[in-house]
Write a protein that binds this ligand. Sequence first.
Ligand SMILES: Nc1ncnc2c1ncn2[C@@H]1O[C@H](COP(=O)(O)OP(=O)(O)O)[C@@H](O)[C@H]1O
Ligand SMILES: [Mg+2]
Length: 225
Amino acid sequence: MTAMFVTSTGTDIGKTFVARGMIRQLRSRGRAVEALKPIVTGFDPHTAHVSDTGRLLSALGRALTPKEIAEISPYRLHQPLSPDLAARLEGTSIDFKALNAFCRNAISRHKDALIIEGIGGIMVPLDERHTVLDWMIEIDLPVILVAGSYVGTLSHTLSALDVLDRNELKVAAVVVSETPDSAATLVDTADTIRRFAKNIEVFALPRLPGATLDHPVMAAIADVM
Ligand SMILES: Nc1ncnc2c1ncn2[C@@H]1O[C@H](COP(=O)(O)OP(=O)(O)O)[C@@H](O)[C@H]1O
Ligand SMILES: [Mg+2]
């Protein structure tokens, strides 16, 4: 039985991509996989298939119905903004206690492999007082940190690792998901992170073409579950 929280150094880095790849790998090995995307922003029910929720449901082999969507993503916000801001503009708020209760319930019930995708980077605000970091501390799962290979990622990634470490969160792995057209190579970026992040497994995931999710590195990442 394993549960992991997938977070990253920012938005659009590759959390959903990595989660989908892991789900696919684990399912092909006969594992019973569950995934949650408790908070989703920029969500439009008419284009739900391209939302994180829709992509995760598809990877899980589950139908894209309102019931399934609500089951894995109870907090859905329309505005493509940080959760606190989107919620405020939509006249609602994310109930931090209920969010944690939702996750704890899923963690206590899960039978095999559970992947929870966070939102944005490790410290994006969820409400007036809490960030994703507070959420991760509350549910206390090992973290998979997804980073990019763009120039600038080293400081973002090492800062994130430092914050996770200071808060006694276990980092199961760092996945460097290749940023297209970066002046820095994927290999150099991953090597540098490895040099500073001693004792943490660092995976270098190349940019995969088209709809491909299968790759030996993806298989190795799924092994952490
Ligand atoms: N290694 C990769 N190979 C191919 N496409 C990738 C890779 N990593 C991320 N992407 C693509 O980049 C975009 C942003 O990734 P996504 O997983 O949605 O980020 P996040 O969940 O962190 O916001 C998506 O279109 C995703 O498919
Ligand atoms: Mg995502």
